[in-house]
Design a binder for this molecule. Structure first.
Ligand SMILES: [Zn+2]
Length: 152
């Protein structure tokens, strides 16, 4: 049975084991975790960061952005958490996951570029990265590492 509701609980450290239907939020460690809402029992970690997930909390209800796509899990579930409700989204095809990955890469490149104090003019930004332009090998392995940490 899938979960349709998930309740935010603020913690310092993640408890062991996690409980279903609970979104654990650690501001201290800037991370969030929950058990996959499809019911498969897999732990899903969503880091709180400018290039990871954003949390909106109104004192009672939590929303996460962007959606949670568990592409590395066998269930490949995909959902949004909106005001404590689990809104199911369609499972993406491999192609769409790859496109999303490239978009993610572009966002990260832009972010790190901005962090690097505008070393090059805006015109040099990887505007075509969304179309899947190849990245330097070093960049790819960094992103792969980041992704595997994100999805573990
Ligand atoms: Zn699952």
């Amino acid at each position: 049975m899938a979960d349709d509701v998930i309740n935010p609980v603020f913690v310092d450290l993640l408890p062991q084991p996690l409980e279903r239907g609970v979104l654990y939020i650690s501001i201290r460690y800037k991370t969030m975790a929950h058990l996959c809402c499809c019911g498969c029992g897999s732990k899903v970690v969503t880091p709180l960061s400018p290039t990871g997930w954003s949390l909106i909390y109104n004192g009672k209800e939590a929303s996460l952005r962007p959606s949670i796509g568990n592409w590395s899990l066998p269930c490949r579930s995909h959902y949004w958490i909106l005001k404590n409700r689990v809104e199911w989204a369609e499972s993406w095809s491999q192609e769409r996951v790859a496109a999303g990955f490239n978009r993610d890469v572009a966002i990260k490149q832009r972010y790190h570029h901005d962090q690097a104090q505008e070393q090059s003019p805006p015109a040099a930004r990887p505007a075509d990265a969304e179309a899947g332009s190849p990245l330097p090998r070093e960049e790819r392995s960094t992103i792969r590492k980041w992704l595997s940490r994100l999805l573990s």
